[in-house]
Ligand binder design. Structure first.
Ligand SMILES: NC(=O)C1=CN([C@@H]2O[C@H](COP(=O)(O)OP(=O)(O)OC[C@H]3O[C@@H](n4cnc5c(N)ncnc54)[C@H](O)[C@@H]3O)[C@@H](O)[C@H]2O)C=CC1
Ligand SMILES: O=C(O)C(=O)Cc1ccc(O)cc1
Length: 311
Protein backbone atom coordinates (compact mmCIF):
# COMPACT_ATOMS: atom_id res chain seq x y z
CA UNK A 1 0.00 0.00 0.00
CA UNK A 2 1.37 3.43 -0.94
CA UNK A 3 0.69 6.87 0.46
CA UNK A 4 -0.25 9.80 -1.75
CA UNK A 5 2.63 12.24 -2.40
CA UNK A 6 3.45 15.04 0.11
CA UNK A 7 1.28 18.18 0.07
CA UNK A 8 2.69 21.45 -1.25
CA UNK A 9 1.12 23.31 1.73
CA UNK A 10 0.64 21.74 5.18
CA UNK A 11 -2.97 21.39 6.41
CA UNK A 12 -2.03 22.16 10.03
CA UNK A 13 0.48 24.60 11.54
CA UNK A 14 1.46 22.74 14.73
CA UNK A 15 0.22 19.20 15.29
CA UNK A 16 0.78 17.74 18.76
CA UNK A 17 0.51 14.02 19.51
CA UNK A 18 0.36 12.88 23.15
CA UNK A 19 1.20 9.17 23.57
CA UNK A 20 3.77 7.85 21.08
CA UNK A 21 2.69 4.22 20.82
CA UNK A 22 1.26 2.24 17.90
CA UNK A 23 -1.38 4.82 16.97
CA UNK A 24 0.46 8.02 17.96
CA UNK A 25 3.61 7.01 16.08
CA UNK A 26 1.53 5.97 13.03
CA UNK A 27 -0.08 9.44 12.96
CA UNK A 28 3.37 11.05 13.24
CA UNK A 29 4.74 8.86 10.45
CA UNK A 30 1.76 9.48 8.13
CA UNK A 31 1.81 13.23 8.83
CA UNK A 32 5.57 13.44 8.21
CA UNK A 33 5.42 11.36 5.03
CA UNK A 34 2.74 13.59 3.52
CA UNK A 35 3.97 16.88 5.09
CA UNK A 36 0.59 17.46 6.69
CA UNK A 37 1.88 19.76 9.46
CA UNK A 38 4.31 22.67 9.60
CA UNK A 39 5.67 21.34 12.90
CA UNK A 40 5.14 17.93 14.50
CA UNK A 41 5.41 17.80 18.28
CA UNK A 42 5.12 14.66 20.39
CA UNK A 43 5.07 13.81 24.08
CA UNK A 44 4.84 10.53 25.99
CA UNK A 45 4.64 10.00 29.76
CA UNK A 46 7.32 7.30 29.57
CA UNK A 47 10.88 8.72 29.31
CA UNK A 48 12.11 5.58 27.51
CA UNK A 49 9.40 6.06 24.85
CA UNK A 50 10.37 9.74 24.44
CA UNK A 51 14.01 8.70 23.96
CA UNK A 52 13.05 6.02 21.42
CA UNK A 53 10.82 8.47 19.53
CA UNK A 54 13.76 10.91 19.33
CA UNK A 55 16.04 8.15 18.00
CA UNK A 56 13.43 7.18 15.40
CA UNK A 57 13.04 10.86 14.40
CA UNK A 58 9.26 10.67 14.81
CA UNK A 59 8.70 14.44 15.39
CA UNK A 60 10.36 17.82 14.94
CA UNK A 61 10.23 18.22 18.71
CA UNK A 62 9.89 15.63 21.46
CA UNK A 63 8.48 17.73 24.30
CA UNK A 64 9.62 17.22 27.89
CA UNK A 65 6.18 18.00 29.36
CA UNK A 66 2.53 17.91 28.23
CA UNK A 67 2.45 21.71 28.60
CA UNK A 68 5.36 22.18 26.19
CA UNK A 69 3.76 19.74 23.73
CA UNK A 70 0.46 21.59 23.38
CA UNK A 71 1.66 25.21 23.61
CA UNK A 72 0.71 26.91 20.34
CA UNK A 73 -0.67 23.69 18.82
CA UNK A 74 -3.54 23.97 16.31
CA UNK A 75 -4.54 20.33 16.69
CA UNK A 76 -3.76 18.06 19.66
CA UNK A 77 -4.45 14.32 19.36
CA UNK A 78 -4.43 12.22 22.53
CA UNK A 79 -3.17 8.70 21.76
CA UNK A 80 -3.06 7.24 25.27
CA UNK A 81 -5.16 4.40 26.77
CA UNK A 82 -8.82 5.34 27.29
CA UNK A 83 -8.40 5.34 31.09
CA UNK A 84 -5.61 7.96 30.86
CA UNK A 85 -7.54 10.48 28.69
CA UNK A 86 -8.97 12.45 31.65
CA UNK A 87 -5.59 12.86 33.38
CA UNK A 88 -3.95 14.03 30.14
CA UNK A 89 -6.80 16.46 29.43
CA UNK A 90 -6.37 17.88 32.94
CA UNK A 91 -2.59 18.25 32.45
CA UNK A 92 -2.88 20.08 29.12
CA UNK A 93 -6.02 22.15 29.87
CA UNK A 94 -4.28 25.34 31.09
CA UNK A 95 -1.86 25.30 28.14
CA UNK A 96 -4.08 24.64 25.09
CA UNK A 97 -4.68 27.76 22.99
CA UNK A 98 -8.30 28.95 22.59
CA UNK A 99 -9.58 27.84 19.16
CA UNK A 100 -7.34 24.76 19.09
CA UNK A 101 -8.83 21.32 18.38
CA UNK A 102 -8.34 18.59 20.97
CA UNK A 103 -9.12 15.12 19.66
CA UNK A 104 -8.19 11.55 20.57
CA UNK A 105 -8.02 8.05 19.07
CA UNK A 106 -9.55 6.04 21.92
CA UNK A 107 -11.53 2.87 21.16
CA UNK A 108 -14.44 4.11 23.34
CA UNK A 109 -16.10 7.47 22.73
CA UNK A 110 -18.83 8.32 25.29
CA UNK A 111 -16.54 8.09 28.34
CA UNK A 112 -13.73 9.92 26.54
CA UNK A 113 -15.97 12.80 25.44
CA UNK A 114 -17.06 13.23 29.08
CA UNK A 115 -13.47 13.01 30.35
CA UNK A 116 -12.22 15.62 27.86
CA UNK A 117 -15.13 18.02 28.40
CA UNK A 118 -14.74 17.81 32.17
CA UNK A 119 -11.30 19.39 31.96
CA UNK A 120 -10.93 21.43 28.77
CA UNK A 121 -12.09 25.07 28.68
CA UNK A 122 -15.04 26.28 26.55
CA UNK A 123 -12.96 27.93 23.80
CA UNK A 124 -11.24 24.66 22.89
CA UNK A 125 -12.91 22.48 20.20
CA UNK A 126 -13.29 18.98 21.67
CA UNK A 127 -13.87 16.51 18.80
CA UNK A 128 -13.25 12.87 19.78
CA UNK A 129 -12.19 10.38 17.13
CA UNK A 130 -11.37 6.72 16.57
CA UNK A 131 -9.39 5.28 13.68
CA UNK A 132 -10.76 1.77 13.27
CA UNK A 133 -7.34 0.42 12.38
CA UNK A 134 -4.67 -1.22 14.44
CA UNK A 135 -2.71 -4.32 15.29
CA UNK A 136 -1.93 -6.42 18.36
CA UNK A 137 1.44 -4.62 18.70
CA UNK A 138 2.20 -1.59 20.89
CA UNK A 139 4.86 1.08 21.27
CA UNK A 140 6.68 3.56 19.02
CA UNK A 141 8.35 0.87 16.89
CA UNK A 142 5.02 -0.75 16.04
CA UNK A 143 3.53 2.16 14.07
CA UNK A 144 3.57 2.57 10.30
CA UNK A 145 2.56 5.38 7.94
CA UNK A 146 0.02 3.38 5.94
CA UNK A 147 -1.96 2.10 8.96
CA UNK A 148 -4.99 4.30 8.25
CA UNK A 149 -5.11 3.77 4.47
CA UNK A 150 -8.59 2.79 3.33
CA UNK A 151 -9.72 2.33 6.96
CA UNK A 152 -12.55 4.11 8.71
CA UNK A 153 -11.88 6.97 11.07
CA UNK A 154 -14.97 7.80 13.12
CA UNK A 155 -15.45 11.30 14.56
CA UNK A 156 -18.00 11.86 17.35
CA UNK A 157 -18.36 15.64 17.71
CA UNK A 158 -20.65 16.78 20.54
CA UNK A 159 -23.88 18.58 19.63
CA UNK A 160 -23.19 22.14 18.55
CA UNK A 161 -19.54 21.43 17.66
CA UNK A 162 -17.92 23.99 15.37
CA UNK A 163 -18.42 22.77 11.78
CA UNK A 164 -15.16 24.31 10.55
CA UNK A 165 -13.18 22.53 13.30
CA UNK A 166 -14.86 19.20 12.42
CA UNK A 167 -13.99 19.77 8.74
CA UNK A 168 -10.34 20.54 9.58
CA UNK A 169 -9.97 17.37 11.66
CA UNK A 170 -11.79 15.32 9.05
CA UNK A 171 -9.42 16.72 6.38
CA UNK A 172 -6.41 15.62 8.42
CA UNK A 173 -7.70 12.02 8.67
CA UNK A 174 -8.57 11.96 4.96
CA UNK A 175 -5.05 13.13 4.16
CA UNK A 176 -3.73 10.18 6.20
CA UNK A 177 -5.73 7.88 3.90
CA UNK A 178 -8.75 7.25 6.12
CA UNK A 179 -12.44 7.33 5.20
CA UNK A 180 -14.16 9.59 7.70
CA UNK A 181 -17.58 8.88 9.22
CA UNK A 182 -19.43 11.01 11.76
CA UNK A 183 -21.75 9.54 14.41
CA UNK A 184 -22.84 10.02 18.00
CA UNK A 185 -20.63 8.59 20.77
CA UNK A 186 -23.48 6.32 21.91
CA UNK A 187 -23.91 4.80 18.46
CA UNK A 188 -20.15 4.38 18.11
CA UNK A 189 -19.90 2.54 21.42
CA UNK A 190 -22.71 0.11 20.57
CA UNK A 191 -21.40 -0.64 17.07
CA UNK A 192 -17.82 -1.10 18.28
CA UNK A 193 -19.00 -3.31 21.15
CA UNK A 194 -20.22 -5.89 18.61
CA UNK A 195 -17.55 -5.41 15.92
CA UNK A 196 -14.46 -5.05 18.10
CA UNK A 197 -14.84 -5.14 21.88
CA UNK A 198 -16.80 -8.38 22.33
CA UNK A 199 -14.70 -10.19 19.67
CA UNK A 200 -11.59 -9.26 21.66
CA UNK A 201 -13.23 -10.52 24.85
CA UNK A 202 -14.08 -13.82 23.15
CA UNK A 203 -10.47 -14.18 22.01
CA UNK A 204 -9.13 -13.45 25.51
CA UNK A 205 -11.61 -15.96 26.92
CA UNK A 206 -10.97 -18.84 24.52
CA UNK A 207 -7.20 -18.51 24.81
CA UNK A 208 -7.56 -18.43 28.61
CA UNK A 209 -9.79 -21.53 28.54
CA UNK A 210 -7.31 -23.34 26.30
CA UNK A 211 -4.42 -22.38 28.57
CA UNK A 212 -6.30 -23.85 31.55
CA UNK A 213 -7.05 -27.03 29.58
CA UNK A 214 -3.40 -27.30 28.69
CA UNK A 215 -2.64 -28.40 32.24
CA UNK A 216 -4.80 -31.42 31.48
CA UNK A 217 -3.71 -32.10 27.92
CA UNK A 218 0.01 -31.37 28.43
CA UNK A 219 0.83 -29.00 25.60
CA UNK A 220 -1.46 -30.50 22.98
CA UNK A 221 -3.38 -27.23 22.77
CA UNK A 222 -0.32 -25.46 21.42
CA UNK A 223 1.00 -28.41 19.44
CA UNK A 224 -2.17 -28.95 17.44
CA UNK A 225 -3.42 -25.38 17.34
CA UNK A 226 -4.88 -24.97 13.87
CA UNK A 227 -5.72 -21.77 11.98
CA UNK A 228 -8.80 -20.74 13.95
CA UNK A 229 -7.16 -20.88 17.35
CA UNK A 230 -4.03 -19.15 16.07
CA UNK A 231 -6.15 -16.20 14.88
CA UNK A 232 -7.59 -15.93 18.38
CA UNK A 233 -4.11 -15.93 19.92
CA UNK A 234 -3.15 -12.96 17.73
CA UNK A 235 -6.07 -10.92 19.02
CA UNK A 236 -5.48 -12.15 22.60
CA UNK A 237 -1.90 -10.80 22.40
CA UNK A 238 -3.30 -7.22 22.32
CA UNK A 239 -2.22 -4.73 24.98
CA UNK A 240 -3.67 -5.57 28.46
CA UNK A 241 -3.83 -1.94 29.67
CA UNK A 242 -5.59 -0.73 26.54
CA UNK A 243 -8.19 -3.50 26.62
CA UNK A 244 -8.80 -3.34 30.37
CA UNK A 245 -9.62 0.35 29.84
CA UNK A 246 -11.92 -0.39 26.87
CA UNK A 247 -14.04 -2.78 28.93
CA UNK A 248 -14.12 -0.53 32.00
CA UNK A 249 -15.29 2.41 29.86
CA UNK A 250 -17.87 0.72 27.59
CA UNK A 251 -19.55 -1.46 30.18
CA UNK A 252 -23.20 -0.92 29.26
CA UNK A 253 -22.83 -1.62 25.53
CA UNK A 254 -20.50 -4.59 26.07
CA UNK A 255 -22.88 -6.15 28.60
CA UNK A 256 -25.83 -5.61 26.24
CA UNK A 257 -24.03 -7.28 23.32
CA UNK A 258 -22.68 -10.08 25.52
CA UNK A 259 -26.25 -10.86 26.59
CA UNK A 260 -27.30 -11.33 22.97
CA UNK A 261 -24.14 -13.29 22.22
CA UNK A 262 -24.65 -15.77 25.06
CA UNK A 263 -28.29 -16.32 24.08
CA UNK A 264 -27.19 -17.14 20.53
CA UNK A 265 -24.40 -19.38 21.80
CA UNK A 266 -26.83 -21.33 23.96
CA UNK A 267 -29.07 -21.76 20.89
CA UNK A 268 -26.09 -23.25 19.03
CA UNK A 269 -25.30 -25.52 21.96
CA UNK A 270 -28.89 -26.75 21.84
CA UNK A 271 -28.73 -27.33 18.08
CA UNK A 272 -25.62 -29.44 18.58
CA UNK A 273 -27.18 -31.39 21.48
CA UNK A 274 -30.27 -32.23 19.40
CA UNK A 275 -28.26 -32.82 16.20
CA UNK A 276 -30.13 -30.04 14.36
CA UNK A 277 -27.76 -29.93 11.40
CA UNK A 278 -29.98 -27.61 9.34
CA UNK A 279 -29.76 -24.91 11.99
CA UNK A 280 -25.97 -25.11 12.05
CA UNK A 281 -25.74 -25.22 8.26
CA UNK A 282 -28.02 -22.19 7.84
CA UNK A 283 -26.04 -20.06 10.29
CA UNK A 284 -22.68 -21.05 8.79
CA UNK A 285 -24.00 -20.23 5.30
CA UNK A 286 -25.14 -16.78 6.46
CA UNK A 287 -21.84 -16.01 8.19
CA UNK A 288 -19.81 -17.12 5.16
CA UNK A 289 -21.77 -14.62 3.04
CA UNK A 290 -21.02 -11.87 5.54
CA UNK A 291 -17.27 -12.54 5.40
CA UNK A 292 -17.34 -12.55 1.59
CA UNK A 293 -19.21 -9.25 1.44
CA UNK A 294 -16.61 -7.68 3.78
CA UNK A 295 -13.85 -8.75 1.38
CA UNK A 296 -15.83 -7.39 -1.59
CA UNK A 297 -16.13 -3.90 -0.10
CA UNK A 298 -12.39 -3.94 0.51
CA UNK A 299 -12.37 -3.56 4.31
CA UNK A 300 -10.38 -6.75 4.68
CA UNK A 301 -7.83 -8.70 2.72
CA UNK A 302 -8.43 -12.41 2.16
CA UNK A 303 -5.29 -13.14 4.18
CA UNK A 304 -4.99 -10.89 7.25
CA UNK A 305 -1.61 -9.19 7.31
CA UNK A 306 -1.89 -6.84 10.29
CA UNK A 307 1.50 -5.82 11.52
CA UNK A 308 3.39 -7.15 8.55
CA UNK A 309 2.46 -4.36 6.22
CA UNK A 310 4.83 -1.65 7.44
CA UNK A 311 5.93 1.12 5.15
N1 LIG B 1 -3.91 -0.73 19.34
C1 LIG B 1 -4.85 -0.59 18.43
O1 LIG B 1 -4.97 -1.44 17.54
C2 LIG B 1 -5.75 0.60 18.47
C3 LIG B 1 -5.78 1.44 19.56
N2 LIG B 1 -6.64 2.51 19.59
C4 LIG B 1 -6.66 3.40 20.76
O2 LIG B 1 -5.50 4.19 20.69
C5 LIG B 1 -5.04 4.53 21.99
C6 LIG B 1 -3.56 4.21 22.06
O3 LIG B 1 -3.37 2.84 21.78
P1 LIG B 1 -1.96 2.28 21.27
O4 LIG B 1 -1.26 3.29 20.44
O5 LIG B 1 -2.23 0.93 20.73
O6 LIG B 1 -1.19 2.12 22.67
P2 LIG B 1 0.37 2.01 22.98
O7 LIG B 1 0.47 1.24 24.25
O8 LIG B 1 1.14 1.54 21.79
O9 LIG B 1 0.77 3.54 23.27
C7 LIG B 1 0.21 4.30 24.29
C8 LIG B 1 1.26 5.27 24.79
O10 LIG B 1 0.64 6.17 25.70
C9 LIG B 1 1.59 6.48 26.72
N3 LIG B 1 0.87 6.96 27.90
C10 LIG B 1 0.09 6.24 28.75
N4 LIG B 1 -0.43 7.06 29.70
C11 LIG B 1 0.05 8.30 29.45
C12 LIG B 1 -0.12 9.55 30.07
N5 LIG B 1 -0.90 9.70 31.17
N6 LIG B 1 0.53 10.63 29.54
C13 LIG B 1 1.29 10.50 28.45
N7 LIG B 1 1.51 9.33 27.81
C14 LIG B 1 0.89 8.24 28.30
C15 LIG B 1 2.33 5.18 26.95
O11 LIG B 1 3.60 5.39 27.55
C16 LIG B 1 2.42 4.62 25.52
O12 LIG B 1 3.66 4.96 24.92
C17 LIG B 1 -5.92 3.77 22.96
O13 LIG B 1 -6.85 4.65 23.52
C18 LIG B 1 -6.61 2.72 22.11
O14 LIG B 1 -7.90 2.42 22.61
C19 LIG B 1 -7.41 2.85 18.52
C20 LIG B 1 -7.39 2.08 17.39
C21 LIG B 1 -6.59 0.87 17.29
O1 LIG C 1 -5.70 -6.04 15.48
C1 LIG C 1 -6.92 -6.09 15.26
O2 LIG C 1 -7.45 -7.05 14.69
C2 LIG C 1 -7.78 -4.99 15.67
O3 LIG C 1 -8.97 -5.17 15.84
C3 LIG C 1 -7.15 -3.65 15.86
C4 LIG C 1 -7.99 -2.64 16.54
C5 LIG C 1 -8.04 -2.60 17.92
C6 LIG C 1 -8.77 -1.64 18.56
C7 LIG C 1 -9.47 -0.70 17.83
O4 LIG C 1 -10.17 0.24 18.49
C8 LIG C 1 -9.43 -0.71 16.46
C9 LIG C 1 -8.68 -1.68 15.82
Amino acid sequence: MVLDPPLAQPLVGRLAVIGIGLIGSSILRAAAARKLAGTLIAYDGDAAVRARAATLGLADLIAATPAEAVAGADIVILCVPVGAMGAVAQAIAPHVAPGAIVSDVGSVKGAVLNALRAHLPEGVHVIPGHPVAGTEYSGPDAGFATLFQNRWSILTPPEGADADAVARLSGLWSAMGANVEIMTPEHHDLVLAITSHVPHLIAYNIVGTAADLENVTQSEVIKYSAGGFRDFTRIAASDPTMWRDVFLNNRAAVIEVLGRFTEDLIALQRAIRWAEGDKLFDLFTRTRAIRRSIIEIGQETAEPDFGRERG
